[in-house]
Design a binder for this molecule. Structure first.
Ligand SMILES: [Zn+2]
Length: 102
């Protein structure tokens, strides 16, 4: 089974046969590969955003320093919750990385 795919490089115009990268200038020319890379980039961006939000404890830190006792407790509860969610998030990121790699 052999399918010959000839792709013209959009960068230098050289025709490549069955290649994902241009043999002349090394530009990525495979559409399937481009879509694949794009998808993984989007996925990574979403993971980064979630991790950033989870690791940003400004609200919890502010509450913990609040003069009111009730707010302090609320801050600690929030802080613990963020800690737990961050741990789960890191595990999830690791799992996604493993699935992507495998
Ligand atoms: Zn090229």
């Amino acid at each position: 089974m052999s399918i010959t795919r000839i792709i013209k490089c959009s960068n230098c115009g050289v025709f490549n046969t069955n290649k994902e990268y241009c043999k002349n200038c090394n530009t990525l020319i495979s559409d399937a590969k481009k879509r694949e890379l794009k998808a993984s980039q989007v996925k990574q961006k979403q993971i980064d955003e979630v991790i950033y939000e989870l690791e940003n404890p400004s609200l919890a830190e502010r509450l913990k320093k609040h003069p009111s006792f009730l707010y302090k407790i609320l801050g600690w509860i929030l802080y613990s919750a963020i800690l737990v969610v961050t741990t789960i998030g890191a595990g999830l990121a690791w799992f996604i990385a493993m699935v992507a790699a495998g």
